[in-house]
Design a protein around this ligand. Structure first.
Ligand SMILES: Nc1nc2c(ncn2[C@@H]2O[C@H](COP(=O)(O)OP(=O)(O)OP(=O)(O)O)[C@@H](O)[C@H]2O)c(=O)[nH]1
Ligand SMILES: [Mg+2]
Length: 305
C-alpha cells in the first residue's frame, strides 16, 4: 500500500482529509486510493438522512453523531448540500465537542457540493462514502436534501434510509407524491414538539396500509432533534432495519448499475468538451450527420486510462 493509504487505514485523520479531497475531485490519485483500500470496504453502516429543506436533518445528524460517540463508534459525516450550515465545528454540539483535539478523531465531516442540482448526491459522493468506509468508520451518515426527484440516489447508496418529515407542512401527502414512501426504511417525524406530529404519524400509517407493503413496514419515530429527544429510539429503529435487510447495496446487482454509470462517466470524461461543441456545430449545420459525429467522438475513447 502507498503511505497515504496506510495512514488512512490506520485511522489518521489528516491523511483521511487529504484522501477525501483526492477522491472528491475524482482524480486518478483518488481512484488509485480507493482501489488500494477496496478490500477494507464493507464494514461501515451507511445511513442516509433525507427530507425537505429545513426539516432538521443537520440537527438530527448532530444528535446521532453524539449518541454514536457515546457508544464509542467512529463516525463519518457527508453533508451533500453546500448551503447547509454544517461546518467542521458547527456540527458538533457542545455536549460532544471535547476540549482535547484528539478526542475529535472519532468524527470526520465533509461537505460535498451538488453543483446546482437539488436533490441527488452530487459527483464524488459514492466515492467519498467508500473511502470513509475503508477508513475504519463504523457508521457513515449522509445528509441530502430531498426535493422529490432524486432521493432514489441516496436509497441506492445507503444501507438504511431515514426520511425526515415535519408536522404541519402537508409533508405526509407530499412524501407519497415525491416517492419518499418507497425509499424510507425509517420515518423520523422531527419537530414533534410542534402541533400535528400525531396526525402526521397517522397519515403515514394510512399510506402504508394503502400501499399494503406487508411485513417489514418502515418504523415511524417521533423525535425532537433540537432537544435530542427520541434519538436513542431512532437509532434503535435504524439498527433494527439494518439487521433485517443487511447490506442490500453491496450486492453484485447494485454494482451492475454502478459499474455502468462509472463506465459512462469515464468514457464521457475522456472526450474533450470542445469536441462535443465542434461536432454539435457540424451536425446543426448539416455538415455532418449525428451518427458520424458519434463515431468521431468515440474515437477519443481509446485514450481512456
Ligand atoms: N421546533 C423544533 N425546531 C427544530 C428541531 N430540530 C431542528 N429545528 C430547527 O429547524 C431549523 C432547521 O434545522 P436544520 O437542522 O438546519 O435543518 P436541515 O434539514 O438540515 O436544513 P437544510 O440542510 O437547510 O435542508 C433550525 O432552526 C433548527 O433549530 C426540533 O426538533 N424542533
Ligand atoms: Mg442541513
Amino acid at each position: 500500500m502507498s503511505p497515504l493509504a496506510e495512514r488512512i487505514a490506520a485511522g489518521d485523520m489528516r491523511a483521511l482529509a487529504r484522501g477525501a479531497t483526492l477522491v472528491e475531485n475524482r482524480s486518478a490519485a483518488g481512484q488509485a486510493l480507493i482501489a488500494e483500500l477496496w478490500e477494507r470496504t464493507g464494514r461501515a453502516m451507511l445511513i442516509g438522512i433525507t427530507g425537505p429543506p429545513g426539516a432538521g436533518k443537520s440537527t438530527l445528524v448532530n444528535c446521532l453523531v453524539g449518541r454514536l460517540r457515546e457508544e464509542h463508534k467512529t463516525v463519518g459525516v457527508i453533508a451533500v448540500d453546500p448551503s447547509s450550515p454544517f461546518t467542521h465545528g458547527a456540527i458538533l454540539g457542545d455536549r460532544i465537542r471535547m476540549p482535547d483535539h484528539h478526542a475529535d478523531a472519532g468524527v470526520f465531516i465533509r461537505s460535498v457540493a451538488t453543483r446546482g442540482r437539488v436533490g441527488g448526491l452530487g459527483p464524488g459522493t459514492l466515492e467519498l462514502a467508500l473511502l470513509l468506509d475503508a477508513a475504519a468508520r463504523d457508521v457513515v451518515l449522509i445528509e441530502t436534501v430531498g426535493a422529490g426527484q432524486d432521493e432514489i440516489e441516496i436509497a441506492r447508496l445507503a444501507d438504511v434510509t431515514v426520511v425526515v418529515l415535519v408536522p404541519g407542512m402537508g409533508d405526509g401527502v407530499q412524501a407519497i407524491k415525491a416517492g419518499m414512501m418507497e425509499i424510507a426504511d425509517v420515518f423520523a417525524i422531527n419537530k414533534a414538539d410542534l402541533p400535528g406530529a400525531d396526525q402526521l404519524e397517522n397519515e403515514i400509517h394510512n399510506m402504508q396500509s394503502l400501499t399494503g407493503a406487508g411485513g417489514g413496514l418502515p418504523a415511524i419515530r417521533q423525535v425532537v432533534a433540537a432537544e435530542g429527544r427520541g434519538v436513542t429510539e431512532l437509532l434503535a429503529d435504524i439498527a433494527a432495519s439494518f439487521e433485517k435487510q443487511g447490506r442490500r447495496n453491496r450486492r453484485a446487482e447494485v454494482w451492475v448499475t454502478r459499474l455502468r454509470e462509472m463506465v459512462a462517466v469515464s468514457v464521457l470524461n475522456s472526450i474533450p468538451e470542445e469536441e462535443f461543441s465542434r461536432h454539435a456545430e457540424q451536425v446543426a449545420a448539416k455538415a455532418e450527420d449525428p451518427y458520424a459525429a458519434v463515431a468521431m467522438l468515440k474515437s477519443h475513447i481509446t485514450h481512456v486510462h
